[in-house]
Design a protein around this ligand. Structure first.
Ligand SMILES: [Ca+2]
Ligand SMILES: [Ca+2]
Length: 441
């Protein structure tokens, strides 16, 4: 049987040369197979390594500005060849089509609502139109951001203040621009405001809105809070407000200080409870805190206002400056002087260093209610600044006269209760003063 197989071999190889040639060919094929066996794994390894490296590069890549992709019909390109590089480096003035992988990533970004990419800013390219291949991005409305640098300001009454407000539209980039309605709630009594009540702002974009507010010229000095409101017909999320502080401060005193000033002195006279002393005179002296004095040049005539209260007025050509400290020395025509250190309500002697202070602003009409201490009669004509025996003698010597025989001078000297007679009642009043009173100064 082996012989028979050999014979068969003989039939295949016609000669030995052919057999040798066959063996060489077989050897070359084995060599090629061996080479493939060695090189193929190397090739596969290299390919896998390259793919891993590409993936790694893709993972490590910096931010891609998908919002810069330009869509035209069914083509997607990078503007200026920047391929979404947020730094804008290596740009060329050509449109570069997106690769297939980039197109897939871009469509995924659009499908996720085109989220804002902070590093990529806002670009003015048109919103991509929906197409068969790209899913339209949903519009997500957001609460706007209101900011202001000068939120609390102050001004004199009637002086305008300008508030510079920044309104940022936080809608997603795929939304249409929003028309914001703007308003403020100033007080109603004479306040004015100036601003544009409507502002259209694209998404992810801010606008500056100047608001000018003016208070009335007679506004009382205090802080007012005024709200600046935004609303829109697009979303309830667009409703919010920003409080603005507006403090009204008074004008400097000098600008409204009157040049003239009316002084009103309200007094009582000792022993007088009716109008009998109508027309009597008083003198007024200002004792300034710096030690100087200011005597009103003329004595003032008293006018009865009711129930034994009398009033006298004087006009100063130049008002007392605000903050001036002083006391008053009031002396009747037959009375000892009384010192007043309070504008109203004084019923006893002045305290040490007690003074009246001119308010700020210095009033046009400056009133003093001095009725708490009736002026004591006793220092009679001719007055010498004290009530003593000489005054008492002038009185008693005239007591013998009939009322009808008294002259005007007699009455001025000794009719202390102004009843037209000189009698024991006048003596009583003078004795009261002699026991207690001398001119204060
Ligand atoms: Ca006297
Ligand atoms: Ca009398």
């Amino acid at each position: 049987m082996p012989r028979a197989r050999y014979d068969g071999g003989v039939k295949i190889f016609i000669s030995r040369a052919q057999f040798i040639k066959f063996q060489k060919k077989l050897f070359h094929q084995q060599l090629l197979g061996l080479a493939l066996l060695v090189l193929l794994p190397v090739f596969v390894w290299a390919a896998l390594t390259q793919r891993t490296e590409l993936r790694k590069r893709a993972t490590d890549s910096t931010t891609v500005c998908w919002n810069r992709v330009i869509q035209s019909n069914d083509t997607y390109t990078w503007p200026d060849g920047c391929k979404g590089d947020p730094n804008g480096q290596n740009c060329t003035q050509v449109l570069v089509p997106l690769t297939a992988d980039e197109l897939t990533a871009y469509n995924a970004w659009v499908a996720s609502g085109s989220p804002v990419i902070n590093e990529c800013g806002i670009i003015a390219t048109p919103t991509p139109t929906p197409s068969i291949t790209a899913t339209p991005a949903p519009c997500v409305r957001g609460t706007p951001t209101l900011t202001i640098d000068n939120q609390n300001q102050q001004a004199n009454p009637g002086v305008p203040l300008t508030y510079t407000i920044t309104l940022l539209n936080n809608d997603s980039i795929s939304c249409q621009a929003t028309g914001f309605n703007l308003s403020i709630n100033t007080p109603t009594n004479g306040w004015t405001s100036t601003f544009n009540p409507y502002k259209e702002i694209p998404p992810q974009t801010s606008a500056i809105i100047p608001v000018i507010i003016t208070s009335p010229s007679d506004t009382s000095a205090q802080q007012y809070f005024i709200n600046f409101y935004t609303t829109s017909g697009a979303s309830v999320y667009h409703t919010l407000y920003l409080p603005l502080g507006y403090t009204v401060i008074p004008f400097p005193t000098t600008s409204i200080s009157p040049t003239q000033q009316t002084l009103r002195f309200t007094v009582r006279l000792g022993g007088i409870t009716d109008n009998k002393a109508e027309g009597a005179k008083i003198s007024v002296k200002f004792l300034m805190s710096d030690g100087t004095t200011m005597q009103l040049s003329n004595s003032l005539t008293l006018s009865h206002t009711g129930n034994g209260v009398y009033e006298a007025q004087a006009v100063l050509a130049n008002a007392l400056p605000a903050g001036t400290k002083f006391s008053l020395l009031i002396k009747g025509e037959k009375h000892v002087a009384v010192k007043f250190c309070r504008q109203t309500g004084q019923t006893g002697p002045c305290g040490s260093n007690e003074t009246i202070t001119v308010p700020n602003p210095s009033p046009l009409t400056y009133g003093f209610d001095l009725t708490g201490i009736p002026l004591p009669p006793g220092d009679v004509y001719l007055q010498d600044g004290m009530a003593n025996k000489a005054d008492f003698d002038k009185l008693t010597v005239r007591m013998s006269k009939l009322c009808s025989d008294l002259t005007a001078e007699d009455k001025l000297i000794a009719d202390l209760d102004y009843n037209g007679c000189i009698n024991v009642r006048d003596v009583f009043l003078m004795k009261q003063t002699l026991e207690t009173r001398y001119d204060e100064q």
